[in-house]
Ligand binder design. Structure first.
Ligand code: PHE
Length: 458
């Protein structure tokens, strides 16, 4: 027992509160799985394009501040709730508060993954299509990468790839949480970092890379506005997988003896590292090839092929990059799907396989309009200037996740009395944590909500 890769069965935990024994992550397995959840399309697809849109280096700085000051405390809070409650999201809330009403928060844990997965799986599908396109060499047959991307998302193929992404996610989840996910992450997360470093070296040595580096690292605060601040905070939540129960659900599988504070720091810094590397690849490349950094969701798919084409063994590196990106996406989609599945199996008593099939099918159907709305059949359907895809993304990052995060901070700050013990923090760290969770995080998150809902304007 307790060896890496095997289930750890700590004698002190589950049975005490009368629940059946559950699987446990090993120490490093948990860190990898949590980093796997955090690191994904958020880091390598979304972070670069929103940094491009909302102010470059100044936005990056703001994002770091949000991640460290608000994200980490909320992350620790979620992990503690998960480990303390040892159930699905709503069960954990009910168990720790003793009040049934808190179970309603569990409803969010069904809703949010639906929203997120419905557009996230679309982009995960794009990365798989690009892996095939790159390996087969077809990507390089025509250097109008923007045109190629538009032709692809304008057709029906994205729906097929979205289906494949959801299918693979369901496949992993049906097999269970533990060693499958653990091993999967232990290979792909380090693999990805090595490849990112190789690509970074290539990107930084391109002619004209310097302009991109300064765009990413030399802040110009005049580029910031209120919206940048809100987007930065929303993205800190998205990037750390907060506000919708993923980290609470994973927390339930953590061994009692593991330090949650240290884990939260490792996850936060890991997440930041991947975003940093992604930025150091994408901006130098974008600028070196004279492309537009603020072009939105297509950025990675349009800018990087140019870099791959310009490097020796570009077919291999490019193909590998998109494969790893697809896996990084899958380690996140897996953590997203686990949340409603654990809720449904627990509350409705359905078998795991049946729950997975029903939930996956529903999410896939909900994602179809997103898949077709970025240039495809329903891209003309705009609501308030936003397509389906934009709406799902906006509602998640700016409303659903902050709301979930707000609930977590209120719960740990004001309701649950056992947080100090569960966190395992020393007295002074605990004071700081509690201060952030009680006073700072809820206020800022609440402001994001009000602004997003159109209640206040700056
Ligand atoms: N953190 C993931 C990413 O950055 C996305 C995600 C959000 C995963 C919420 C799980 C829960 O790609």
């Amino acid at each position: 027992m307790g060896k890496q890769g095997q289930y750890e069965d700590s004698s002190n935990s589950v049975t005490e509160i009368g629940e059946e024994k559950k699987e446990r992550f090993s120490r490093s397995g948990f860190i990898f799985a949590a980093i796997g959840s955090a690191v994904g399309l958020g880091n390598m697809w979304k972070f670069p394009y929103i940094t491009g849109m909302y102010g470059g280096a100044a936005f990056f700085l703001l994002f770091i501040v949000c991640l460290l000051a608000i994200g980490l405390p909320v992350l620790l809070a979620e992990l503690a709730i998960g480990r303390g409650g040892r159930g699905s999201v709503s069960t954990s809330f009910i168990r720790l508060s003793g009040a049934k009403g808190w179970g309603a928060v569990g409803f969010l844990s069904i809703l949010a993954p639906f929203f997120i997965l419905s557009f996230y799986s679309v982009v995960a599908g794009w990365t798989m299509h690009y892996a095939v396109l790159t390996f087969s060499g077809r990507l390089f047959s025509n250097t109008d990468y923007g045109g190629q991307f538009n032709a692809f998302i304008g057709g029906w193929l994205p729906v097929l790839w979205q289906f494949i992404a959801m299918f693979l996610t369901a496949f992993v989840i049906i097999k269970g949480v533990s060693s499958g996910i653990e091993r999967f992450n232990q290979i792909f997360i380090p693999g990805l970092v090595i490849l990112l470093i190789v690509l970074m070296v290539r990107a930084l040595t391109l002619d004209g890379a310097g302009e991109g580096v300064s765009f990413f690292l030399k802040p110009d605060f005049s580029k910031l506005n209120t919206e940048s601040a809100l987007v930065a905070l929303g993205h800190a939540f998205f990037s750390l997988s907060l506000g919708m129960g993923a980290m609470i659900t994973y927390g339930a599988y953590v061994d009692k003896r593991q330090s949650l504070g240290a884990a939260a720091i490792a996850i936060g810094l890991g997440d930041l590292l991947y975003a940093f590397l992604a930025g150091l690849i994408i901006f130098p490349t974008t600028f070196a090839f004279g492309l537009e950094a603020s072009q939105g969701p297509g950025l990675v798919f349009v800018a990087l092929p140019a870099a791959f084409a310009a490097m020796p063994l570009g077919t291999l590196f490019g193909g590998l990059f998109f494969v790893l990106l697809a896996f990084a996406a899958l380690t996140s989609t897996v953590s997203l799907l686990e949340v409603p599945v654990s809720f449904v199996t627990e509350q409705l008593g359905w078998s795991r396989s049946f729950s997975v099939i029903i939930v996956t099918a529903a999410i896939f159907l909900m994602g179809v309009p997103s898949a077709l709305s970025v240039g495809g059949a329903v891209s003309g359907l705009n609501f308030g200037g936003k397509t389906f895809f934009d709406w799902f993304d906006f509602v998640c990052s700016n409303i659903v996740l902050p709301f979930g995060g707000l609930m977590v901070t209120i719960f740990v700050g004001y309701v649950w009395k056992g947080a100090a013990e569960e966190s395992g923090l020393t007295a002074s760290w605990f004071k700081l944590w509690l201060f952030m969770v009680r006073y700072i995080a809820p206020v800022l998150v609440f402001l994001v909500l009000l602004y997003s809902a159109g209640v206040i304007h700056f």
